[in-house]
Design a binder for this molecule. Structure first.
Ligand code: DOR
Length: 426
């Protein structure tokens, strides 16, 4: 029998209930919920929420291949500090996640770090080159449930149709990075009035929307399930809303940065604000927030994209797109005040756990007998980033100097604390 942990006086948020109580954890599971519980380790949680741990559908952990930017261990630690108990690892590693060997390696490194469940996604196409399909059946056999070429969209409609047909048969989900590449060549920021004034090549909304439209129609004829990654425009939200109204098996995510930062930030010419898809306009942000409220958008996912200083400090046209997200997601989303705390738990835990098909162990109610993958956070605490204390190996956060609201206090993974009072335990 292992030592017990008791989370004291937290407000427990579950799907159909909310109450203030203690939560006792033993042998990896929730053992008791009630008043005045006793245990070996007591974690104060007064004024805090306890919910199922967060699940990120979109984390670039960079290992194998770009360990200078992040490793599975440093990314996992950043995730734990952000309240996450599971991270879906994106496949644009080197080598890419298109073989069982690489999938097994990523999963093993995740286990070795032991701070979150690292769930490797598989590539849709070999090498993410968009030319021929990855061995999807073999990868599915090895436990992959989410396939994506993220970083690239699958350009070839016939290949995407074939991938969806396979996905349908295998019972897996395809996640699309929606970007028609011909329309974004050399692009740096959202195509808008401000980009012309700044002399920066524009990245049109239609580059995203055309692929959202195409893939919704491909889902309609194949019946396969599809997840839309990092949606950023008003029209994309409208297209997904209409597709859902037709009963299609589609889901969608937005990132904290597309909810909180606008295109004008590029007027600083600072590459920290360069991201794919680009930061958009205030009216796009309003539409994304409306999508969160009416259920069109199912999840908030970070698109955590660490890059070494040396790369991010190049000129705007040369610097790679991407920003950190794991340690700040909750603080950004709560500071935006876009939705209620209960909705945030749904968007950051319950729904993504279901989309990643890991909902037996993650995104479960805080209830006796369920796996203890939990997040305890103070929804009111304001804070700002100390760049020297980030767990991530990279520092490309766009939120320096901003006041964030809501901070993770404790994270419990598999019944053990990975974070206590905001400090990583390993
Ligand atoms: O900004 C981004 N960075 N968007 C992506 O889709 C890929 C990511 C990366 O890997 O750096």
């Amino acid at each position: 029998m292992s030592d017990s942990i008791v989370i004291k006086n937290a407000t427990i948020i579950n799907r159909t209930s909310q109450l203030v109580a203690d939560v006792k954890i033993e042998n990896g599971f929730v053992a008791e919920v009630g008043k005045n519980l006793k245990g070996d380790t007591l974690l104060d949680a007064s004024g805090c929420i306890v919910s199922s741990g967060f699940v990120d559908l979109h984390a670039h952990l960079r290992e194998p291949g770009k360990e200078e930017a992040e490793t599975i261990e440093t990314g996992s630690r950043a995730g734990a500090l952000g309240g996450y108990t599971a991270l879906v690892a994106m496949p644009n590693t080197d080598p890419p996640q298109d073989s069982v060997a690489v999938i097994d390696f990523v999963r093993e490194q995740g286990k070795r770090a032991g701070l979150v469940d690292v769930v490797p996604s598989g590539c849709i196409t070999l090498g993410r080159h968009g030319e021929s399909l990855a061995p999807m059946a073999e990868l599915a056999q090895a436990g992959v449930t989410l396939f994506t070429d993220d970083g690239n969209g699958v350009q070839d409609a016939a290949l995407m149709r074939r991938a969806l047909e396979y996905a349908k048969g295998l019972g897996v989900t395809l996640a699309q990075h929606c970007e028609v590449a011909e329309l974004t060549k050399g692009a740096v920021m959202n195509e808008c009035r401000c980009c012309t004034d700044l002399g920066l090549p524009g990245w049109p909304a239609i580059a995203e929307e055309l692929m959202v439209f195409r893939d919704i129609e491909l889902v309609r004829i194949t019946g396969a399930s599809m997840h839309f990654l990092h949606l950023s425009t008003k029209r994309s939200v409208e297209l997904v809303r209409a597709g859902k109204r037709d009963g299609l098996p589609i889901t969608a995510e937005v990132t904290p940065h597309h909810l909180s930062l606008t295109e004008e930030l590029l007027s600083s010419y600072n590459p920290v604000f360069k991201v794919n898809p680009p930061l958009r306009s205030t009216s796009d942000i309003q539409a994304l927030k409306a999508g969160l409220l009416d259920g069109t958008i199912d999840a908030i996912a970070t698109d955590h994209a660490p890059h070494p200083r040396r790369d991010k400090e190049m000129s705007l046209d040369m610097a790679p797109p991407g920003m950190l997200g794991l340690e700040t997601a909750l603080g950004v989303v709560l500071a935006e005040g876009a939705c209620e705390i209960r909705d945030i738990v749904a968007l950051m835990s319950w729904n993504p756990a279901k989309i990643a098909r890991i909902d037996k162990a993650h995104g479960c109610d805080v209830a006796v007998g369920n796996k203890a993958n939990l997040c305890v956070f103070d929804p009111e605490l304001t804070w700002s980033i100390d760049i020297n204390r980030l767990a991530s190996k990279s520092v490309n956060t766009p939120y320096l100097g901003r006041t964030l609201r809501g901070r993770v206090r404790h994270t419990i993974f598999n019944g053990l604390p990975t974070v206590i009072d905001g400090q990583a335990q390993r």
